[in-house]
Design a binder for this molecule. Structure first.
Ligand SMILES: [Zn+2]
Length: 176
């Protein structure tokens, strides 16, 4: 499976060295213990959205939804990253929503199998795919990272054409 290196802003990379309240989730009980230890607030008592990454070993890590993916991943490359919402009731906790929304790693929608197998390893039933998937490209003209909307492969900054293939890890030299 493909490993995604951190591609976000350099000043955020330093967050990798700070403690963030992250947790390797190996069972639903791990998630519940972490959410209670870190005082996560379940909306209406049922719903909790977190930042997640899948590490190179295929393990699911979660952290507070306001934390950066690079901190959740301790600066390491990941197999996927995004946001995940859990739903709990008295009996169980389930995965309700998963997206690949991570501007720090910009993983492809095709990273889903890594998420699916990590969830299953952790004892969750995985959804059939990302609930929301995002397509990221780097502009070869101005080096900006773009979120492609409605299949329009056009840079929002300079109107340059974005490639069809994922290229976010490529750095394009800029004239200045
Ligand atoms: Zn551009």
């Amino acid at each position: 499976m493909k490993l995604y290196e951190y591609v976000g802003p350099e000043h955020l990379r330093e967050l990798a060295h700070y403690e963030c309240s992250k947790c390797a989730v190996r069972s639903p009980e791990d998630l519940l213990a972490w959410s209670s230890d870190t005082l996560q607030r379940w909306e209406r008592g049922h719903s909790l959205t977190v930042t997640f990454v899948i590490d190179r070993e295929g393990c699911l890590w979660v952290s507070d939804r306001h934390s950066e993916h690079v901190a959740c991943a301790a600066g390491e490359p990941v197999l996927s990253a995004g946001e995940m919402t859990f739903y709990k009731d008295k009996q169980s906790v389930e995965v309700e929503m998963v997206s690949n929304q991570s501007t720090g790693y910009c993983p492809e929608p095709s990273s889903w199998p890594a998420v699916s197998s990590a969830l299953e390893r952790a004892g969750f039933e995985a959804p059939v795919g990302f609930s929301y998937s995002f397509t990221f490209r780097r502009c070869p003209e101005c080096d900006s990272i773009n979120l492609v909307k409605e299949e329009q492969f056009v840079c929002a900054v300079c109107r340059g054409t974005l490639p069809q293939e994922w290229n976010v890890s490529t750095r394009y030299p800029q004239d200045s």
